[in-house]
Design a protein around this ligand. Structure first.
Ligand SMILES: [Zn+2]
Ligand SMILES: [Zn+2]
Length: 767
């Protein structure tokens, strides 16, 4: 069997084995061979170390460390589910990173690439056998390739680099672009070139074919006196010119030009002879003028000069048409392609991809032309969905192979699989692509990296402080990417709009305790009021436990975290409890934090699970952490959500203590002190000085009003309507049976409207 097919079968066997095992395991255990994290799905001390490593890596990263490489190499990361760019076929992901340092491997014709068990006693100098990661234990982490492995096969001139059919993994150099095919780098094509140019190569079944070498002339007894006509230098020159052609058609043409095939003139044998022709052989003689002269030689000299067999000559003759034209080399070519990519096929694939629901994201993307799909999808899964697609049969010539499907998408569409923007820093990425940065850009980048480091240091100090002193709470908070309901790897789900579930996670760094505030788009949005309401719940509980000082960290999202509504809430709550609050913002592009580990675990736990209702999501999060303190899930209802926007009224938000206009979008730190709850201290630089703004407006009438107790009101008095199109999609999922009957009432009871109240994009976030 072909080794590639064997390998594919090997993979299928492994996969089905995994599935079988999974059936015996408890539901909470997910076998995820790709994941660098332990399969036990618990977030333990070593995961924290992983996170720390990630942070350290971030700190030490320089412009050489392109984010793309992080994605490709499975570096242990707290968010393995998202950080991989999924577009590898299984054969690629199982491929081996060939070490090009090995220059003289002895090829073995019996390499068993596909077998999950390494073959016994591999020959010395053999290229390392692929060992499936399953066998290397749960903690196996794919080794990070050394510098040598970045060298592509094409850079290794040794013919041995194309042993057998081992594929070398190629890495994209630009995360924005699709990998394009490089036929000149294909192993078979390189082999063919070596063969055609007379160099040493390794055949498909691993045999070394020696390079062509000039062979000696005939013996002196030859009647044609070949050795007198052609000395070694001339013959060497002819030999070189012939193999430099590196093309069989042109070589045959050459042979045909220097041979003459005539009908047999003499009969030298008695009885019948198989020979019908006499062939004359010539070699070119260098002449002073441009005319080519040639001299006849014997067969032996002719063949030895080119290092070919008479078969080569016979083939050349057979390629000579009646008109004297040498026909082209048709090896490996055939016209029996049952499925040629045509416009109908392209249309069918493009229509299919367009029928997927793009990811609803609060992350704004700069390249809006790109279509972002659910990151549970990949080309394989999409192709299998394509074959099950209800429109599949309506196209006259649908794609038949994954390669056709993938090539059409890559050539015609700009499709990406959703990765939270958090994993990529735009600034660092564009700087790393900038080959000649100006002095200004270098300084700006250094400042960016310095800010990142400073933020990390201060955050670590805050954490230490929270661990040491019981009245200090240090917490990060952030929204998870939108969760969907229903959720699961069901084909129909990918084409339909789904109910959005929000998860706002507050992570207490001192206690290592995650609190997930969860609600649906029917309950609330994802704005500053929601953030403030959740934080109020968090602060209430912590104050009841004796907390007096809060140190918050978040990203720079202006719609959610970095705005005056949240600051007003801080002043409100500080006044109410007599507490100090500091809120610092991480450097843009480097806002990875401990809350992300919560989100990564939730995403991992929800893989391969079917979820039909918000309650099931809440339960999944509650049970996600198998060891240690489980996540605290707060099911947010509309009575928990308060309107803090009114606190902005009748206040001074314009000028600070220096009488300068406050640049709200440049603030890096906010500080509210219990002694002066009406003043907002802020910094434009984490290491810079504090400025403050006194928000009180000194007028008689308003002063009176300010002293009245502030009553909070709920933002939403009733549930929010979802867009009508989404409602229709959800109901169609019920009708088709994709959502089981017992959940239909929940979906049918959802309020909907043609004017969508619960717009996702009301608070867009840049991070
Ligand atoms: Zn001779
Ligand atoms: Zn950066």
């Amino acid at each position: 069997m072909h080794s590639r097919s064997r390998r594919i079968i090997g993979l299928v066997e492994i996969n089905s084995k995994n599935e079988q095992q999974q059936n015996f395991e408890s539901e909470s255990v997910i076998l995820n061979p790709e994941s660098p994290l332990p399969a036990s799905c618990t977030f333990n001390e070593s995961d924290w170390n992983n996170l720390k490593e990630l942070v350290d890596e971030e700190l030490s990263s320089d412009r050489n460390l392109v984010q793309e490489e992080l994605h490709s190499f499975n570096i242990p990361s707290v968010r393995p589910c998202n950080s991989l760019i999924i577009e590898e076929s299984p054969e690629q992901s199982s491929s081996v990173i060939m070490d090009s340092r090995e220059t003289t491997p002895v090829p073995s014709p019996k390499l068993n690439f596909g077998s999950p068990i390494p073959s016994t006693s591999p020959p010395r100098n053999e290229v390392q056998e692929p060992v499936p990661s399953e066998q290397l234990g749960e903690n196996y982490v794919e080794p990070t390739p050394s510098v040598d492995s970045y060298i592509t096969v094409s850079e290794c001139n040794s013919p041995c680099s194309s042993i057998g059919n081992k594929r070398k993994r190629t890495f994209k150099t630009n995360p924005g672009k699709k990998r394009s095919s490089c036929p000149e780098k294909w192993i078979d094509n390189k082999r063919k070139h070596l063969l055609n140019s007379g160099q040493q190569y390794v055949s498909r079944n691993g045999n070394i074919k020696n390079k062509k070498e000039l062979r000696p002339v005939c013996s002196s007894s030859c009647k044609m006196k070949c050795s007198e006509k052609f000395d070694t230098d001339i013959r060497k020159n002819i030999f070189n010119k012939f193999w430099e052609l590196a093309d069989h058609t042109r070589q045959w043409e050459f042979i045909n030009n220097f041979t003459e095939k005539n009908n047999k003139k003499r009969i030298t044998t008695e009885g019948p002879s198989r020979r019908q022709f006499t062939t004359k052989y010539f070699l070119p003689i260098p002449a002073d003028n441009t005319l080519i002269t040639r001299q006849q030689v014997c067969l032996k000299t002719f063949l030895n000069t080119f290092c070919i067999t008479d078969q080569f000559v016979r083939t050349a003759h057979s390629k000579l048409s009646q008109e004297g034209i040498t026909l082209t080399d048709n090896r490996g070519k055939h016209s029996n392609h049952p499925n040629v990519v045509d416009t109908a096929m392209v249309k069918s694939v493009c229509d299919h991809v367009a029928s997927f629901q793009p990811v609803e994201s609060h992350y704004t993307r700069k390249d809006t032309t790109k279509l972002y799909l659910d990151n549970n999808l990949n080309m394989n899964r999409m192709f299998s969905l394509y074959k099950e697609w209800d429109q599949f049969s309506t196209y006259s010539n649908p794609a038949q192979t994954l390669r056709q499907y993938r090539d059409i998408i890559n050539a015609n569409m700009n499709v990406g699989f959703f990765i939270p923007k958090k994993d990529i820093c735009d600034k660092c990425h564009s700087y790393s692509n900038n080959t000649s940065p100006t002095e200004e850009q270098i300084q700006a980048h250094n400042k960016h990296l310095e800010n990142k480091t400073i933020a990390r240091e201060i955050k670590n100090n805050d954490k230490e402080q929270a661990i040491k002193s019981p009245d200090t709470v240090c917490a990060t908070f952030d929204f998870q990417k939108i969760l969907n309901c229903p959720h699961g790897d069901v084909g129909l789900f990918y084409y339909k709009r789904k109910l959005s579930i929000f998860n706002f996670t507050v992570f207490d760094l001192g206690l290592k305790e995650g609190t997930c505030y969860m609600w649906t788009e029917c309950t609330g949005k994802r704005g500053a009021n929601e953030v403030s309401s959740c934080l109020m719940h968090f602060v209430n509980i912590k104050v009841a436990g004796g907390a007096k000082k809060f140190l918050f960290w978040s990203d720079n999202c202006a719609g959610q975290n970095r705005n005056r509504v949240v600051y007003s809430f801080y002043m409100y709550i500080s006044k109410r409890y007599g507490i100090d609050i500091t809120h610092r913002f991480m450097e843009q592009g480097h806002t990875q934090n401990e809350g992300d580990s919560v989100h990564a675990l939730i995403e991992r736990e929800s893989k391969r699970k079917l979820i039909y209702t918000p309650d099931q999501w809440y339960a999944l999060v509650r049970w996600a952490k198998a060891e240690g303190r489980p996540y605290n899930v707060v099911e947010v209802t509309k009575s928990d959500l308060y309107d803090f926007k009114f606190l902005l009224d009748d206040k001074n938000w314009k000028k600070d203590n220096r009488n300068e206009i406050v640049k709200w979008n440049s603030i890096k730190e906010i500080n509210v002190r219990k002694e002066e709850p009406n003043s907002l201290y802020f910094k434009y630089d984490l290491k810079g000085e504090y400025f403050y703004i006194n928000t009180t407006v000194e007028t008689r009438s308003r002063k009176k009003r300010k002293d009245q107790p502030t009553d909070l009101k709920n933002i939403y008095l009733e549930s929010l309507a979802i867009p009508e199109a989404k409602y229709k999609d959800l109901i169609s999922l019920c009708r088709s049976g994709a959502i089981p009957r017992e959940y239909h009432r929940f979906y049918e009871s959802l309020k909907y409207s043609t004017v969508a109240e619960s717009s996702i994009n009301d608070n867009e976030c840049d991070e």
